[in-house]
Write a protein of this length. Sequence first.
Length: 172
Amino acid sequence: MTGKSAASALGVAILSALAGCGGGASTPTSPPESPGVLALSEVQVLVDGQVVNGLVVHHGDDHVGGVTRYEATLTMDGLEVTGHPVFLDITTPDGMGGHHGGGPHGGLVELWDDGSHGDHAPGDGHYAFEADGGRMGLHHTGAPHGEYSCDFWAEQDGQETPHVVIGVRVED
């Protein structure tokens, strides 16, 4: 190769290399990481500290003014996360739930990861809502008898996660 052609080949190689490093848009070598998938786990309904998922709860003097606690853990790709809203829609035996305006023992509520509302520690991915004998207490003496449906879900970018539905039956 002559000196002129070697210099020309070197110039083409340098220009080719620089073309890929310019100030314009570049092509990434790997696709950007996609957002993770949110899911609920460890979803529970507790009455006076006892898990009652799928069980029968009895009215009684020992439960008057007691606590109904609803809780769920929010995960993304298996790791506990926070920062997304978690909801619960309680439908009462008469069919009234949050999407229907609710009633004295049913309705739509948000679970919290803020160290209050029955949540034990803020920012840990464990969400809760606690009804201490108030309107959402499904075991309170005024709660209608029958089947309650507790429908839990979270939201991410306007999309709902798969719902987790727990049934609890109230009897005398």
